[in-house]
Each structure stands twice: as structure tokens, then as C-alpha cells.
Design a protein around this ligand. Structure first.
Ligand SMILES: *Cc1c(COP(=O)(O)O)cnc(C)c1O
Length: 487
């Protein structure tokens, strides 16, 4: 039988008269720390709260906290999301009073230290990007895309050019066309659906004087470095367009290849992915953008600037700025974790991160390639996309079945059914922080599932409180309030 403290909510566990300890009345004079509650708040009946003993409440919440999977509790190979370990040292540093207790409305001269750190981070990200101007402002990768596209749009307008089209390959992350549409562009998807790389002749056909930007993730979500990226950029630049590099996969190329060097004009970082901000389930994040010098004046506001004569850091608004895309000056808590991570590792350490991320992904690929095909290549960058197509045909086991069954083995599932260019896709990204033992154990779990009785796999997971929720309804019609069955 399931533990009632994980399957019921507190109201259902409530029993009349049961409750926590009631301490005897206080016999020392009360000190009124806060003004008393207004009398109206104290009138009327007490709210109908559950009556439960303290140990049951504690168990309820502790057990609930273990139902989800996290990087701190489970191997988490969720492709494209870079779920790497969040070093506790940086958590501690980000909680230092000087950082955590600063207020965004504090005058600049009281937060010079914090501003100097953000200024330094701008410089470090510019160096890693190979692009000189950085805004730390956007709160996530997707918002970075939007901010950069608005920046490009403002630049084109300033030049009197009316360019309305944004192009991307079929393997693009869904946020790319979404950002382009939000920024007011027309979205054009390249036709070549099945190819792993951009088809240059198709690109030439599509690019013209209406083209504003070509958005491309490099390395791609297939875990492959676009071999013709320089030629791609050349085609765009000759037509007067810009190249946007979706930098979500920077974990593969830190210190190895720079988007600015291979033709990118703009890019975003996902600090929460590449530089270890804890994330998952939608937050929190930071999506700084880096752009070429001619776009710098259009960046979102504010930018941290430094006056070396007065040794003073300020928040400034670029002259043609598109304005703010969120409040204040960015998601500072995550930016700080990224800063500490980069400072701890240094340039050589960051290169090693990418080397080990690529090594781990290739090792995992080699350990599962005999049970799941990997259609695009024997080698990969930081991640790869396996396919359950053959397994589905021969044994009736789908990518979703494998993902669900992995939960029973104690692993977070890989990303499934993305990118769309691979049938029955399972996108695996182990990251550099996993040991060989963990990768071996995960590979054996995958292999076992592929050979298991299909009936067991088709109905998995068997060890979670809920087995197969209707995923569409769960996303579109979330039930966020509990109401008593008596109502
Ligand atoms: C994660 C991701 C994004 C979006 O980034 P968020 O920080 O989640 O908004 C964009 N593109 C790719 C390829 C990604 O993996």
C-alpha cells in the first residue's frame, strides 16, 4: 500500500481533533514586535484548516520533496537542457550578504562591488562568444532570442531597411520561431527536413534582400557541429542579413570555437545550462546576449559600464536601446553563479568542461549504440539523438516507453520526440559531471529495457504515484487548486 503521506493532501489526511502540540499560555509579558492585526481580520470564524499531527505534516512534505527527480538526486540526461551538477560552493557564494541582500533600487554607489562583478561577467562572456558587446539583461535563453531579434530589428530600421524574414532549419528549437514571431518577423523554415546539416543550395534560394536573420543552433540539437557554418554565414552576410547563434549548446565548445569567429553576429548564453545555475521545470534562468560592435548601441537596457578615471561602475542605457525586456538589471542570482563558475574553472578549466562533456556523450553513445540506432553519426559533440524506430517495429517499444521505464530504474528520462527530424527520438546529454560508473549503470538500464518484456515496458512506470498522465491535458488544463469533495 502507498504511503498516505505521499498520495493524499493535508486536507484529506485531516481528522477532527487531531493536531499539533498546543503549548501552555505564555507567562512572560508579551513584546509587541509588530502592530496588532486589524480587528476585522480577527472577527468571524477560524478558517477550516486541516487537523494533523506534526510528524505527519513533516513526513508529508519531506516525502513530496523526494517525488521529483533532480540533479542532486538522480542522473538527468535531458538532452539540450545541460542538467549538470550545481557546485555547492557557488550556491554558498551567491548567498553572501553583499549579493543576496542587495536591492535593485539601491543607489549605484552602494552596489559598486556587485556592479564590478557583473561588468567583469560581461567581459568574460564577450571573450567566450568572440562578440564584443554583451547585455546580461534577458532572463532566459528564449528571452535572449527575443531581445537579440528586437535589437537586430531596431538596427535594420535605423538603417532604413525593411527586412521581415527570419529563417531557420527544421531542427530548430521551438523557441526560435516563437521569438521571431513575437519580434514581429515572418518565419521561414528551410525545407530540408531530413538532413542533419543546412543545405547550402536551399539556403541560397531562400536568402534575399527581405531576409533579416538566419537562426541556427550550433552545435545542433543532434549534437553535431555544422561543418559549413562559415559558408552559411557568408551567404547571409553577402545578402545583408545577420546570423543568430542559439548558444544553448555552448557546453560542447567552450574555449574551443567562438560563435563570433565562425560567423555569428548575435547569440545568447543559457547561464543556467552552460554555467550551472540550478534550473528545471521552467526556472530560474539568465540568457545574456552577445552581439557585434555595430549592434551594441541597440542592446537592451541597462548595460554595466566602467569609468576608469573615477573607477566607477554605472548602469547605462545604450543610445538607441530597445529598452528593457524585464525588470531591473537581470536575474542577478543566476548571473552570479555563472560568474563564480567561470572564475573557479578559468579558461583551461572551461575547455576541460567541454572536452569531458563531449567525451562522456561519446562514451554513452558507444555503450547504447547496439540496442538503439543513432541515425546521425557514430560520433557526437555533447549530446546525441538515438532512435527507437526499429525497436518500435520489432518489439512494440517506443521512445516514450523507454523514457517512462527509465523512471522505474531511478533515472530522469532523456528528451523525447525532439528534434522532429529523428523518428522515435531520445536525445541524451550526460554532461561532464557524471562518472563512468554512472554512465555504465545508465547504459545497462537502457539495454535491459530494450530487451525487457514489452508489456512491462508499455505500461511503465510502475513505481511512481502516477503512471501515465494525459500529457496534453496535464500541460493545457492543469488543476492547480484542491476543492473538497463535499463542495
Ligand atoms: C533551452 C534551449 C532554448 C531556450 O532556453 P531557455 O533558457 O529555456 O528559455 C533555446 N534553444 C535551445 C537549443 C535550447 O536547448
Amino acid at each position: 500500500m502507498r504511503n498516505p503521506t505521499t498520495t493524499q493532501i493535508l486536507f484529506e489526511m485531516s481528522r477532527p481533533g487531531r493536531g499539533t502540540v498546543v503549548y501552555p499560555p505564555c507567562d512572560v509579558p508579551e513584546v509587541q514586535e509588530f502592530p496588532p492585526l486589524p480587528a476585522a481580520f480577527l472577527a468571524g470564524e477560524a478558517p477550516d484548516l486541516p487537523e494533523i499531527a506534526e510528524p505527519d505534516v513533516v513526513r508529508h512534505f519531506v516525502n513530496l520533496s523526494t517525488l521529483n527527480m533532480s540533479v542532486d538526486s538522480h542522473f538527468y540526461p535531458l538532452g539540450s537542457c545541460t542538467m549538470k551538477y550545481n557546485p555547492k560552493r557557488h550556491e554558498r557564494l551567491a548567498r553572501l550578504t553583499q549579493a543576496a541582500h542587495s536591492h535593485p533600487y539601491q543607489p549605484e554607489d552602494q552596489i559598486q562591488g556587485l556592479l564590478s562583478v557583473l561588468y567583469e561577467l560581461q567581459g568574460m562572456l564577450a571573450e567566450i562568444a568572440g562578440l564584443p558587446a554583451v547585455s546580461l539583461h534577458p532572463a532566459a535563453g528564449a528571452q535572449g532570442e527575443l531581445a537579440a531579434l528586437l535589437t537586430a530589428s531596431a538596427w535594420f530600421r535605423h538603417r532604413g531597411e525593411d527586412r521581415r524574414r527570419v529563417l531557420f532549419p527544421a531542427s530548430a528549437h521551438g523557441t526560435n520561431p516563437a521569438s521571431a514571431a513575437l519580434a514581429g518577423f515572418d518565419c521561414v523554415q528551410l525545407r530540408s527536413g531530413a538532413g542533419a546539416f543546412v543545405d547550402l543550395s536551399e539556403l541560397r534560394d531562400q536568402v534575399d534582400d527581405r531576409t533579416a536573420v538566419f537562426m541556427i543552433t550550433n552545435p545542433s540539437t543532434l549534437g553535431l557541429f555544422e561543418p559549413e557554418i562559415a559558408a552559411v554565414a557568408e551567404i547571409l552576410h553577402q545578402a545583408g542579413g545577420l546570423v543568430y547563434i542559439d548558444g544553448a549548446n555552448m557546453n560542447a565548445i567552450l574555449g574551443k570555437a567562438r560563435p563570433g569567429d565562425f560567423g555569428g553576429d548575435m547569440m545568447h548564453f543559457n547561464v543556467h545550462k552552460t554555467f550551472t545555475g540550478p534550473h528545471g521545470a521552467g526556472g530560474p534562468g539568465a540568457g545574456p546576449i552577445a552581439v557585434r560592435d555595430f549592434l551594441a548601441d541597440f542592446l537592451p537596457s541597462p548595460i554595466v559600464t566602467h569609468d576608469p578615471d573615477r573607477n566607477r561602475y554605472s548602469l547605462t542605457t545604450p543610445i538607441h536601446s530597445i529598452g528593457q525586456v524585464r525588470t531591473f538589471f537581470g536575474n542577478v542570482g543566476i548571473l552570479l553563479r555563472g560568474y563564480f563558475y567561470i572564475r573557479t574553472l578559468g579558461a583551461r578549466g572551461l575547455r576541460e568542461v567541454s572536452e569531458n562533456a563531449v567525451l562522456n556523450a561519446n562514451y554513452l553513445l558507444s555503450q547504447i549504440a547496439d540496442v538503439l540506432e543513432v541515425p546521425h553519426g557514430k560520433r557526437c559533440m555533447h549530446e546525441f539523438v538515438a532512435s527507437a524506430r526499429v525497436l518500435k517495429e520489432t518489439r512494440g517499444i517506443t521512445a516514450m516507453d523507454i523514457a517512462k521505464r527509465l523512471l522505474d530504474s531511478g533515472y530522469h528520462a532523456p528528451t523525447v520526440y525532439f528534434p522532429l527530424v529523428v523518428e522515435e527520438a531520445l536525445m541524451m546529454e550526460p554532461t561532464e559531471t557524471e562518472s563512468m560508473e554512472t554512465l555504465d549503470a545508465f547504459a545497462s538500464a537502457v539495454r535491459e529495457i530494450c530487451h525487457e518484456d514489452p508489456e512491462i515496458v508499455n505500461s511503465a512506470p510502475h513505481q511512481t504515484p502516477v503512471s501515465r498522465p494525459d500529457e496534453v491535458s496535464a500541460a493545457r488544463k492543469p488543476v492547480l487548486c484542491w476543492s473538497s469533495p463535499d463542495c
